[in-house]
Design a binder for this molecule. Structure first.
Ligand code: CO8
Length: 374
């Protein structure tokens, strides 16, 4: 049995961002136009007028201040309200592959390695640009990695489930290293015309290089153990599969194919699930709150993270113990906890413990316990 370590991580951040003020202005212009267009039906009580969104609500309910996006003009155009990403020809790299390669190269650079040192690529994300050929194989080809590659999807928990998969392959000896890459184009899967969720997501790509620990040539994080769990729930769901069925409730339009959630239920049900998951994982590894120097949590909602941090540590986390990045990036699905890890891990000292934890649709929750090795 071999030991695995995270030897590098990288983040691709799109150049464009949208502030809450810009987002709300666009949404409210759309809602005003829609209400004007449907004024008669609204007056007759046939349809409900659209309420305006509010910057204040968005910040208070989520902690989000802005989000990065691949395309801004389409999302903010009240007559479009979705990203306009031109169709690429079959000969061009896919969008996910391109942003994934950028993150992978940063992870390799941090580890002091090249594509020749990589045995496998796992593309773990909540939405894939296409079903096949795998995005991971395209990334493998663009980077010149030998070995094999495959895609996997566990929604927001994709990165931690991918890390467990890579770790287990390294432990067994079937590979010595893997890039786990999480390109998330959430903006194309989000309904920007839905006031309840239009503020939630952003675009980004993250990557981690996982290697046999003996191959590490720079400071790294030994992977002490990983833990994954799932429990079926319909509270976060979309029907964007290859079957288009007519539903009895008539909800077979584009809206049903995008991100849908019962946000309140998710909030309530996921908190105890995640807190217990982390507590059990730590107890089984004989790690107490005093040992844990950092918690890199999934980035969906600030109040959720505050609650989990307090529950896990038994007190309000000190500044920097549980870093949030969602104020800048919003929810980036599987990539959120890895952005936090990538941006807030360098300062840990030899021997310090930290825990990466993601959670989301499925329900799913994944945790990775790491120890800094300087
Ligand atoms: N502006 C002003 N008011 C609003 C707005 C708005 N934009 N939106 C809603 N309101 C109003 C509502 O109408 C409601 O009014 P009333 O009380 O009169 O009915 C009031 O504000 C409160 O609404 P909510 O109860 O919906 O608000 P919450 O306080 O619950 O906050 C949240 C909503 C932020 C969504 C919160 O419930 C939450 O964060 N829940 C957890 C969400 C979560 O973690 N989900 C995980 C999803 S991510 C995942 O698993 C990956 C999916 C795959 C990726 C997909 C990529 C796109």
């Amino acid at each position: 049995m071999f030991t695995a370590a995270i030897t590098g991580s990288g983040v691709f951040t799109p150049e464009l961002s949208i502030s809450n003020a810009e987002l709300v202005e666009a949404f409210n212009a759309y809602a005003d136009a829609w209400n004007a267009e449907h004024a008669d039906a609204i007056a007759a009580g046939e349809v409900t007028a659209k309420d305006p969104s509010s910057e204040d609500f968005i910040f208070k309910a989520s902690g989000i201040e802005q989000r990065f996006v691949l395309n801004k003009s389409g999302i903010l155009d009240p007559t479009t309200m979705h990203p306009t990403l031109p169709q690429r020809s079959d000969d061009e790299p896919g969008v996910m592959a391109e942003m994934g390669v950028d993150a992978c190269n940063k992870a390799l650079a941090q580890a002091g390695k090249t594509a020749a040192d990589v045995d496998a690529v796992i593309c773990a994300a909540s939405n894939h640009e296409r079903a096949y050929p795998a995005i991971a194989i395209e990334i493998q080809q663009l980077m010149g990695v030998k070995g094999f590659a495959f895609d996997m999807n566990v929604a927001c928990s994709s990165a931690t489930f991918g890390l467990q998969t890579a770790t287990d392959m390294i432990r067994s000896g079937s590979i010595r290293s893997a890039l786990v890459v999480n390109p998330e184009i959430c903006s194309a899967h989000l309904e920007w015309r839905d006031r309840d969720c239009h503020f939630i997501f952003g675009d980004v790509a993250t990557a981690t290089l996982v290697e046999r620990i003996d191959d590490a040539t720079a400071p790294h994080f030994e992977i002490k153990s990983t833990r994954c769990a799932t429990e079926f729930s319909n509270n976060i769901r979309n029907n964007n599969g290859f079957l288009r069925r007519t539903r009895p409730d008539g909800l077979n339009d584009r809206r049903d194919m995008q991100f849908m959630q019962e946000g309140r239920k998710v909030f309530k049900e996921v908190l105890p699930l995640v807190s217990k998951h982390i507590a059990d994982h730590m107890a089984d590894e004989d790690i107490t709150a005093d040992h844990l120097k950092r918690l890199w949590l999934h980035q969906a909602n600030k109040s959720m993270n505050d609650f989990i941090g307090k529950k896990v540590l038994g007190r309000v986390p000190n500044d920097g113990e549980q870093p949030n990045i969602l104020q800048d990036y919003a929810n980036t699905s599987s990539a959120g906890s890895i952005i936090a890890f990538s941006q807030y891990s360098e300062d840990l000292q030899d021997g310090d413990y930290g825990l990466i934890c993601s959670f989301g649709a499925g329900y799913s929750v994944g945790s990775v316990l790491v120890q800094r090795r300087a």
